[in-house]
Design a protein around this ligand. Structure first.
Ligand SMILES: *Cc1c(COP(=O)(O)O)cnc(C)c1O
Length: 360
């Protein structure tokens, strides 16, 4: 992959070093424009990472002290962390047993008088039913924030992840579908007031009118030019890389059709970005060991649901059985755009031979 973009990144980085224009500036503005256009939103604001994108999005929407924000238990811990960092209270909900992402009815059941927002996570690359979620949120007057950190280029009924609600948040951590050579993130929205507020909050609350006037107490979470140049170079390949991920996912499905493991379902209306290809198995330990013995590396995203994590469990008082059971059974198979079909077949063959327990 780095071969495809190496020459362009080298040229950009030399230019940036020569200009000594490292934070903000032309490369950041170019990427912000390109990312907004790719997503189909009016504004993209580059920030330091995906967690800050979520926190600043919540703050820009006016969500903070005393507000409850609904968050799925099955997500990376950063989703809930951002709520706490914004001064609000995460309220964990369970996920759909088939897709392992949230649903409108699960959100609706968790709404209280203090609920101000919901963060919808497009986990593994898959957006949930955003039409139904928007309907529920509008009725309850909730803001909807998308955590699209795993879903660059994914769609729901043809509309892009990150543009399906009020504000979309992305991480460009190196391992994501669009990844920088370090930490980076962005927020996208059509609302120019919200976009300006995120930009200001990410830059010490600085006023758009003057460098020395600070309208808010913000943070330092700016996108730097070196990362922006990498992201612009990679963006040209994102659709091709996502298409490759989808072909790999399809091959896994075909190859595992008669296996004793079950891929996590993707809804018909969703086009997943397949950040991860996740299966469920009743004997994860055994299957993982069998694959490891053939030098096939797997991951678990995530083995401990958020509402069980030490820093977050005091926000939760009820069991969330679907997320808890999934955490015991999920396994992420190798998934990267340059994976060959032979490699996919080898993983499938190893899984068939390992005979990992009962069909579940
Ligand atoms: C990666 C990720 C984040 C956090 O992004 P960072 O850039 O690492 O801060 C948030 N949510 C989800 C679902 C993620 O996968």
């Amino acid at each position: 992959m780095n071969l495809e973009i190496g020459a362009q990144v080298n040229a950009s980085w030399q230019d940036i070093v020569q200009r000594a224009d490292f934070v903000g500036g032309r490369y950041v503005e170019d990427f912000e424009r390109a990312w907004a256009a790719y997503c189909g939103r009016r504004h993209a604001v580059g920030v330091g990472n995906g967690t800050d994108a979520l926190q600043l999005a919540l703050q820009a929407l006016g969500i903070g002290h005393g507000d409850e924000v609904i968050v799925p238990a099955n997500t990376f811990v950063a989703t809930a962390e951002a709520v706490v960092a914004a001064g609000a209270i995460p309220r964990f909900i369970d996920v759909d047993p088939e897709t392992l992402v949230v649903s409108a009815s699960l959100i609706e059941a968790a709404i209280t008088a203090r609920t101000a927002a919901v963060i919808v996570v497009h986990l593994y690359g898959q957006p949930p039913d955003m039409d139904a979620i928007t309907h529920v949120a509008q009725r309850a007057n909730l803001a909807v924030v998308e955590d699209a950190a795993q879903a660059h280029g994914a769609t729901w009924r043809g509309r892009k992840a990150g543009t399906l609600a009020d504000i979309g948040c992305f991480s460009f951590y190196p391992g994501k579908n669009l990844g920088a050579f370090g930490d980076a993130g962005a927020v996208v929205t059509d609302d120019s007031i919200i976009a300006e507020r995120v930009r200001s909050l990410a830059d010490h609350g600085r006023s758009a009118r003057s460098k020395h006037i600070h309208d808010f107490v913000g943070v330092n979470s700016r996108l730097d030019a070196l990362q922006a140049a990498v992201l612009s170079a990679k963006l040209a390949h994102l659709d091709a890389w996502n298409a490759a991920r989808r072909r790999i996912a399809h091959s896994y499905r075909v190859g595992l059709a008669h296996a004793a493991v079950r891929p996590v379902k993707v809804a018909e209306e969703a086009c997943s970005a397949f950040h991860l290809f996740v299966i469920r198995t009743s004997d994860r330990g055994g299957l993982r060991a069998a694959l490891a013995s053939r030098h096939i590396a797997t991951g678990i995203h995530y083995p401990l649901p958020c509402h069980k994590q030490a820093g977050l469990r005091h926000f939760s008082n009820e069991p969330l059985p679907v997320a808890e059971q999934a955490a015991e059974e999920i396994l992420s198979l190798p998934m990267f755009p340059h994976m060959t079909l032979e490699q996919v077949e080898a993983v499938c063959a190893a899984i068939m031979q390992a005979d990992p327990g009962e069909i579940i």
